[in-house]
Design a protein around this ligand. Structure first.
Ligand SMILES: [Zn+2]
Length: 128
């Protein structure tokens, strides 16, 4: 089990490819923002997090998988990640960002994911 959150994970690449195909420009891992969001669409005031189901404690099969060893250790670590994720989203929203969290398991269904992203990114057009 890897203990370090790696950049450029496969789910992240799926999301990036879709957003790029929509002709939307973004930055990656902006460290000046809470939680260094995976994609930052500054002009649209939007950020996207792509979360691994296990590490971020998603409520899906993969996310609720129990590690065979050191279960309490992992549990605490994952609970921590979840709390931090929530805090970061609140901070970002407080600063006027719209936040979308994409879960790793959602990147398996590209057409649904593509619709979700499109909807999230399109909102802006109706504001202007
Ligand atoms: Zn999941």
């Amino acid at each position: 089990m890897r203990s370090v959150k790696s950049k450029d994970t496969a789910p992240e690449l799926v999301v990036r490819r879709l957003v790029f195909a929509m002709g939307v420009r973004y930055r990656l891992h902006t460290r000046t923002l809470a939680g260094s969001p995976d994609l930052v669409l500054r002009r649209r005031n939007r950020v996207v997090f792509v979360n691994g189901c296990f590490w971020h404690g998603h409520d899906c099969r993969r996310g609720s998988r129990q590690p065979k060893t050191n279960a309490p250790y992992w549990r605490a670590k994952i609970d921590n990640n979840r709390d931090r994720d929530k805090r970061n989203i609140l901070l970002l929203e407080g600063d006027g960002w719209k936040v979308l969290t994409i879960w790793e398991c959602e990147t398996k269904d590209v057409s649904t994911l593509s619709m979700t992203l499109r909807r999230f990114l399109a909102d802006e057009e109706s504001i202007r």
